[in-house]
Ligand binder design. Structure first.
Ligand code: GMT
Length: 387
């Protein structure tokens, strides 16, 4: 094995796909023998049980009475510098540019620019929403430009970063991944029967119920589908648009056929009971949930937004329509749910694509290659064959 690395990882530990990806990546790198140090404000929620090679460093914020807003970003930067020095970290890998890329830059200035390399992974709204804010734009650009390497989770996000921030430095593509030992079609007949009769199909939406997810479109699609196909709609997750959606469901008289499961930890088990995933987002740099569904054999009906078309192959692992075109999305869902042969083909294509294109071994090796490159270490990392 090439040099065993000591890697610091910072992410949002308690919410969002970026935190999930960062945590899963840390666990996989630790399994490969690297030493991983999470530097976050809470224990990452996907960290699970104690694992060899994984360490956690809590960021504590100084809330001295003169501060109207306790300076979390400065505390994080200081903690990063402390951990880098104490543990002799080689690389700091930050997920989500705001404020993490800027904190990593400050930490590097504190420890000495020649003593630390930083890698920033852009996940989506850190660019597509926050870089639109003029008060943050220059700061985000600086954070990116001062990183030793920058990656983004889709080609579309790379394009948008270049356009919005006028960035010239290379941005490497590192798609998100799922752990194939966790995401596979689970046995679910008994769970399924809790929500749907034998002849009913299950449509599912999983998100943080923010406006970019267009959850009202999910209800609209289901309203149209359920007139043609006996079906149920399951919502997983919570967020600001939830009350509006509940009202829409009551107004349409759909309340007996819609179920709210709230936040769920075992996403693979829950997704396995669905027949299709609905993802009609307005912005979606990648759409990790569509990959999780794909790996469990569940096709996506979604929008042509952001990186979704790079993940979901239209006509093979799902169907994509223009943003807001719920007629087309409902039509596609009905077509798929009514045709057993077509559905079987889509399911097989989903399983194949998730395992071969987005498998954990492949993407983990890609990140390792980037770490060695910024450190100037020659390392021959074989491209894993994903079976
Ligand atoms: O949706 C968000 O704002 C949360 C954000 C996050 O931090 O998890 O999601 C983004 O990153 C995910 C992981 O890379 C992607 O799968 C999501 O598509 C992306 N969300 C958006 O672009 C809206």
């Amino acid at each position: 094995m090439a040099k065993r690395l000591k890697i610091g990882i910072t992410c949002y530990p308690t919410l969002g796909g970026s935190g999930v990806v960062a945590t899963e990546l840390g666990k996989l790198l630790a399994e490969k023998g690297h030493e991983i140090h999470f530097i976050t404000h809470s224990v990452p929620f996907r960290l699970g049980q104690f694992q060899k090679n994984i360490f956690y460093h809590e960021v504590e914020v100084n809330d001295y009475y003169v501060f109207r807003y306790p300076p979390y970003d400065l505390s994080l930067a200081s903690k990063m510098a402390q951990v880098v020095k104490m543990q002799n970290l080689d690389v700091l890998h930050v997920h989500y540019a705001v404020p993490h890329a800027v904190c990593a830059y400050l930490a590097k200035e504190m420890v000495g620019a020649d003593k630390l390399k930083t890698v920033t992974t852009l996940h989506g709204t850190d660019i597509t929403v926050l870089a639109q804010d003029v008060s943050l734009k220059d700061l985000i650009r600086m954070g990116i430009n001062r990183s030793d390497a920058v990656t983004a989770v889709s080609n579309d996000l790379i394009r948008e970063t270049r356009e919005l921030l006028d960035i010239e430095k290379p941005i490497e593509l590192t798609y998100n991944f799922v752990d194939k030992r966790v995401y596979y079609p689970r046995e679910c007949s008994s769970l399924r029967s809790d929500f749907a009769a034998k002849d009913e199909k299950i449509l599912m939406h999983i998100s943080n119920f923010r406006p970019v997810k267009r959850v009202h479109d999910v209800v609209d699609i289901f309203n149209k589908v359920s007139k043609e196909v006996p079906s149920r709609l399951l919502f997983v997750g919570e967020g600001p648009d939830l009350p509006k959606v509940q009202m829409q469901i009551r107004e349409l008289g759909l309340q007996d056929r819609v179920h709210f499961l709230g936040k769920q930890d075992d996403v693979a088990q829950v997704i396995s009971i669905a027949d299709v995933l609905l993802l009609p987002s307005e912005k979606e740099s990648f759409g990790l949930v569509a990959l999780e569904a794909m790996a469990c054999g569940v096709p996506t009906i979604g929008s042509i937004a952001g990186g979704i078309p790079e993940l979901v192959t239209h006509g093979e692992t799902g169907f994509l329509s223009p943003i807001g075109d719920t007629d087309s999305m409902a039509y596609n869902a009905i077509k798929l749910l009514r045709n057993e042969d077509l559905y079987r083909k889509f399911r097989e294509a989903c399983l194949y694509r998730a395992r071969h294109e987005f498998c954990n071994d492949l993407i983990t090796a890609e990140y390792e290659r980037i770490y060695y490159k910024v450190l100037g270490i020659e390392a021959d990392i074989p491209v894993p064959v994903c079976e």
